[in-house]
Design a protein. Structure first.
Length: 329
């Protein structure tokens, strides 16, 4: 993966010419990775929450991070250790613009360790900010290899199922990692997502380590069928097919043990009219697809009530699929 990312960055980007100045304020969205059955290959962006980056050009070459808010002191101000600055530095190096000086403010508007692509949103906001400041009008997808560098630093694995939808918007399939081949998928416009983030700690690195390394062929066949069914449902605008395809027999049975009352919450969501229910990324956030906003709101309310009853706080979000990705504020 490391070499492949480097090869891609060398081949797709040409250095923008001329000077650069000013400042910019960028928002990048949260994402739901895996989408139940598509471990490391499927993801989509939502409208909220997200992270914000303010980037200013300075007179001295190099990158500094002057402020981070909303992280409770958990993220490093050291530019060599922060995913935002590290990914921006890789981008600048690839286009021979390390002469540029930048100051970065990172404002976390979403929970860290939520399973909603927190590090991805920050990284994408920073990359989109520098790209826009430089007047680089290439497809935002060209930033994907640099965003994956940020993911590698954050969780030890340069996966793209969060950063790709955060960068490109919409619903995304990573067909291949070597070579990197990312495809934007259609989706029903009236599909809503209900998200609940229980206030429990499920670190991404640890959540990856408990996944089985070997699986039976019959389980693999079941999983392939579900992934194909989900993608087909997206293309066919068939919400029923989407719902019955979103089943995971490989990862969810293990990761669900880290989420309090996961199966009780799934039962409640389905009884209230959810199309499907599962874990967002590595968790602990859970999500449900619904056919309308009102059903999504009822589900988040009921799940939050249940979590309060077992002394667990939570955040909730209701959103359609975000087709825009990052944007300048």
């Amino acid at each position: 993966m490391e070499n492949k990312i480097e090869n891609l960055t060398d081949s797709v980007l040409a250095p923008p010419s001329g000077g650069v100045g000013g400042s910019i304020h960028v928002f990048a969205p949260a994402t739901v990775a895996n989408v139940v059955c598509g471990f490391d290959v499927l993801g989509f962006a939502v409208n909220e929450p997200g992270d914000e980056v303010i980037m200013r050009v300075t007179g001295k070459p190099g990158i500094t991070i002057s402020k981070i808010t909303g992280d409770n002191g958990r993220l490093p101000l050291d530019a060599a250790k922060n995913t935002v600055s590290v990914s921006v530095q890789h981008y600048l190096k690839s286009i021979n613009r390390t002469d540029i000086g930048l100051d970065i403010e990172l404002h976390k508007k979403m929970p860290i360790g939520s399973g909603l692509g927190s590090s991805s949103a920050s990284t994408v906001a920073g990359l989109f900010a520098i790209k826009t400041l430089l007047g680089d009008d290439t497809d935002p997808a060209t930033l994907l290899p640099f965003a994956m560098k940020g993911e590698e630093m954050a969780c030890g694995h340069g996966h793209a199922d969060n950063v790709a939808p955060a960068l490109m918007g919409g619903f995304v399939l990573i067909r291949s990692y070597e070579p990197l081949d990312v495809i934007r998928l259609p989706h029903p416009k009236d599909l809503y997502c209900a998200i609940v983030f229980p206030d429990v700690d499920v670190p991404t690195r640890e959540a990856r380590q408990i996944i089985r390394k070997n699986i039976q062929m019959k389980d693999a066949v079941t999983q392939w069928g579900n992934i194909a069914g989900l993608v087909s449902g997206l293309f066919m605008n068939d919400i029923n097919l989407i719902g019955r395809s979103m089943k995971d027999i490989l990862v969810e049975p293990v990761r669900s043990m880290l989420i309090p009352d996961f199966y009780q919450m799934r039962e409640m969501a389905m009884e209230l009219g959810a199309v499907s229910f599962g874990i967002s990324g590595s968790g602990p956030s859970v999500f449900a697809f619904t056919r309308d906003e009102e059903t999504a709101k009822r589900i988040t309310h009921k799940l939050q009530q249940h979590l309060t009853g077992i002394s667990i706080g939570s955040n909730a979000y209701v959103s359609t699929i975000n087709d825009k990705g990052p944007r300048v504020l």
